[in-house]
Design a protein around this ligand. Structure first.
Ligand code: MN
Length: 161
């Protein structure tokens, strides 16, 4: 457990299409992936993850409504947050550059190991997959991305904003 380790946050972002923005604090920014179906607790599920722009650290607690006409217009809640441990042998920034990030998320909804793996599907550098590692945090019956839609900070749902 690492109460003061680097942070992670997963925003539930109801924009032109619903997705989950998975963000890891690496090198002073929130390195980010958009995961349409959200993270799974089932190691058999591979979730498409599109690498998106880094965000500033102070965006980690953001919840609110992004106005029409602006990029990402829609609503954002903090679906899960906490700290993470790097499970790689190498520093997480190097693992990121290598396209193979393995972390343990200490969240409220997610507690366990996850792999983010670059696939370059169709030659797209931003194309990654997010997969639950098969550890004690794995649970094939849970589906928190669907059954636990609310914010861990405020209890609000996207439609409340
Ligand atoms: Mn987003």
């Amino acid at each position: 457990m690492s109460a003061d380790g680097p942070r992670f946050v997963i925003h539930r972002h109801d924009a032109s299409s619903l997705h989950f923005d998975v963000r890891l604090e690496i090198g002073g920014v929130l390195v980010s992936w958009a995961v349409p179906k959200g993270p799974s607790t089932d190691p058999r599920q591979r979730r498409l993850a599109e690498r998106t722009d880094d965000h500033p650290l102070d965006y980690a607690d953001y919840e609110g409504r992004i106005e029409e006409g602006r990029y990402g217009a829609g609503t954002v809640i903090v679906w899960d947050t906490g700290t993470y441990d790097n499970l790689s042998e190498e520093p997480v920034a190097d693992a990121l550059a290598d396209g193979h990030v393995k972390v343990w998320l200490h969240g409220r909804k997610l507690d366990g190991g996850y792999l983010l793996q670059r696939t370059r599907l169709g030659g797209d550098e931003r194309s990654w997959l997010m997969v639950k590692l098969d550890d004690e945090g794995a649970d094939r019956r849970r589906n928190p991305a669907v059954t636990e839609p609310g914010s861990v900070l405020s209890g609000r749902r996207n439609e409340d904003l």
